[in-house]
Write a protein that binds this ligand. Structure first.
Ligand code: MV4
Length: 660
């Protein structure tokens, strides 16, 4: 029996932090490993100790076995938790750990190997009495054999790479004419992606659901299942929403799938955490797909409904402890559902998005809500690693409440600076068919346009009004000398102060006029709203528009303003109204006509200047702009310093006009 005092987590992001949280709860010291790009990442800061592996590319860092083992030796870690992805299903790594006298927290290398190829795994599952899809998993891979087997299976046939995983490289063949190209393409892709061109053929199950069963086994032959997870909402084989229990599984089916999964686990001699993946047909038949010999991203939904900390059990199993429960002890409570927040752009075919997290504001903690985040505000999201930013998991007594709770949490979450799938998730969770329990392989693909349509006129108008009032408040606050004069006051009662914003593909001009202390009439797109500002601080405005008070988060980045509220989120870009080549129309006030940086200040306070004299130089987008005095007089206050970043409307220099 081991008792670990220090564990190295060979991973990054949310899963590294998640494993570390359980280690900390157990009083186990943690060692983080990181690449140069992750030097300030949250998992490095959270760990007790950290070792740099090297350059950002995974081959030089998170996939480098030698460096990871060296880090474990250097810090005296007795065990390594691999998380998921990276080396988590690498039998050679598990063996290298053992050879180095370090415990690999996961299944044996033999179990990993047995499940590493789909065809042998399928044979093992079938031999264990687990239903497998009618198909062909033989060694003969010549075209004639594969053709004959396809005709024998009957169309549609699914071609899979035996060495593949997660649905990559799958091909559906619907008729004889497609056979030759499909085999050639699948083989080439498998060879290229996995270094192994062996193919597996299966009857393609249309409208299948992806239902997987969590296994947990100790090193004394005890094995239990922790019920199922439904992961049918996938986009191109990337899971998006996962839930437990599955809306398509009743108690009878649950017992059968659990038994089938246990049979597979026993046949493998499985220990630690693993998942048996099935597809479920619309008529309730289920078939073995594969075994994932690692902890999965979506494990929190199982933890929520069973109340079990899977990582704690993984560690205790690796320490040699027996399972603390038997199958009959296990039961579930309520419904849990998880959404994966990715840094990806749904409007750009969901390609990974990069950028800096200028805003990252998580929902208020509440009972039944768990947020496993892997990033913090200000962090650069790059191209090297998986774009998963966070997982939000809601748990409630029933499915509808869990969905509602998850939606509300996603609405509260504010992220700016990197495009994400947040709005896509909100639409998905609000989709009637999804809420009714329908979801299958093709669900998202069939609804993609509706799910990625971003237009929301009310959101854009209200956000524009909030942005205008935010700028107005900021300027008013900035002009301490003019506090009593409402910012952008003009002695022309017929022309309201205004600003122009681009939101989405719309240009919105917002105008306002004072209607009392903190009260304004605000006009945009032909709509006039009554506004009352309750609180203003940098980055936040609490304002009532037409009687509804909301908090707006407003994050300025260059000439963009990210606006988030309970209505949604959008990005506003300030447009020059009439780009003033000089200072604002208020005599003596030189304010910035554009976002930029103060390059050089040309005057001193107390200096006399004439109208047109250069006061300072701004620089933006490599362009210099000289700001000149609008009227002659004495330089009273220089409000900025060299190098300061300024936004449109910021007061730069105040000149007290003289009679001259
Ligand atoms: C299938 C299938 C239909 N018929 N096999 C393979 C990887 C696994 N994650 C899902 N995979 C599938 N295997 C047969 N014979 C459909 C899928 C599938 C899928 C199933 C349920 C929900 C979403 C899915 C997304 C892609 C592929």
């Amino acid at each position: 029996m081991n008792t670990f005092s220090k564990i190295l987590i060979a991973n990054r992001g949310e899963i590294a932090l998640r494993v570390m949280r359980t280690c900390r709860a157990l009083g186990i010291a943690t060692v983080a490993v990181y690449s140069d790009a992750d030097a300030n990442a949250p998992h490095v800061r959270f760990a007790d100790e950290a070792v740099c592996l090297g350059a950002a590319p995974v081959k030089d860092s998170y996939l480098n076995v030698e460096k990871i083992l060296a880090a474990a030796k250097l810090t005296g870690a007795q065990a390594i938790h691999p998380g998921y992805g990276f080396l988590s299903e690498n039998a050679e790594f598990a063996e290298a750990c053992a050879a180095a006298g370090i415990v690999f927290i996961g299944p044996s290398p033999e179990a990993i190997r047995k499940m590493g190829l789909k065809s042998p795994a399928r044979k093992l599952a079938a031999a264990a009495g687990c239903p497998v899809v009618p198909g062909y998993d033989g060694d003969a891979q010549d075209d004639d054999t594969l053709r004959a087997e396809m005709l024998n299976i009957g169309f549609p046939v699914l071609i899979k790479a035996s060495a593949g995983g997660g649905g990559k490289g799958m091909r559906v063949v619907r008729n004889e004419a497609e056979i030759a190209d499909a085999i050639e393409g699948a083989r080439r892709e498998a060879e290229k992606a996995f270094g192994n061109g062996a193919l597996l053929l299966e009857k393609f199950v249309e409208m299948a659901r992806h239902v997987e069963v969590q296994l947990l086994g100790d090193q004394h032959g005890n094995l239990v299942h922790l019920f199922e997870r439904d992961c049918s909402l996938q986009r191109r084989h990337q899971k998006v929403i996962e839930e437990s229990p599955s809306p398509a599984v009743n108690d009878d089916l649950r017992a059968k799938m659990g038994e089938a999964a246990l049979n597979v686990g026993r046949a493998i001699g499985y220990s630690n955490a693993g998942t048996v993946e099935f597809i479920l047909t619309p008529t309730g038949e289920f078939y073995f797909i594969e075994v994932n010999t690692r902890l999965q991203v979506e494990h929190p939904v199982t933890e929520a409904i069973t109340g079990i900390d899977l990582v704690k059990l993984q560690i205790e199993i690796a320490e040699g402890k027996p399972l603390p429960f038997s199958q009959s002890d296990l039961q579930t409570s309520g419904h849990a559902i998880e959404a994966r927040l990715y840094a990806e752009d749904p409007r750009n075919d969901f390609l990974p998005a990069t950028g800096r997290l200028h805003d990252w504001h998580l929902p208020e903690p509440s009972a039944g809500l768990r947020v496993d985040a892997g990033v913090t505000v200000g962090q650069e999201i790059g191209i090297y690693y998986d774009p998963l930013l966070a997982k939000l998991i809601a748990h409630a007594a029933d499915r509808q409440t869990a969905i509602r709770k998850l939606r509300h949490a996603l609405q509260q979450l504010s992220v700016a600076g990197v495009r994400t799938n947040r709005e896509f998730l909100l639409r998905l969770l609000g989709d009637e068919e999804f809420v009714s329990g329908v979801a299958h392989t093709g669900f998202i693909a069939a609804r993609l346009d509706a799910l990625t349509n971003e237009q929301d006129d009310t959101l854009q108008r209200v956000s524009a009004m909030a942005a205008a009032l935010y700028w107005q408040q900021r300027q008013q606050t900035a002009d301490s000398l003019l506090a009593e004069i409402p910012a952008n006051y003009r002695n022309n009662p017929y022309r309201w102060p205004s600003l122009k914003l681009a939101i989405g593909d719309q240009e919105i001009e917002v105008a306002w006029q004072v209607a009392g202390a903190g009260k304004f009439d605000v006009r945009a797109q032909g709509v006039t709203s009554q506004a009352e500002v309750f609180a203003y601080e940098a980055g936040q405005l609490r304002v009532a528009l037409d009687g509804v008070q909301r908090v707006f988060r407003l994050i300025e980045v260059g000439d963009s303003l990210f606006v988030h509220s309970s209505l949604g989120a959008c990005e506003a870009v300030r447009l020059p109204r009439h780009p003033l080549p000089q200072a604002s129309a208020q005599a003596g006030i030189a304010s910035s006509p554009m976002p930029g940086q103060v390059l050089k200040i040309l005057v001193q306070e107390g200096q006399t200047v004439a109208a047109g004299d250069a006061l300072l130089i701004l620089e933006a987008m490599k362009m210099e702009q000289t700001i000149r005095a609008v009227t002659g007089g004495v330089v009273e206050v220089i409000k900025v310093r060299t190098g300061q970043v300024v936004s449109p409307g910021d007061v730069l220099v105040q000149v007290r006009a003289t009679d001259a």
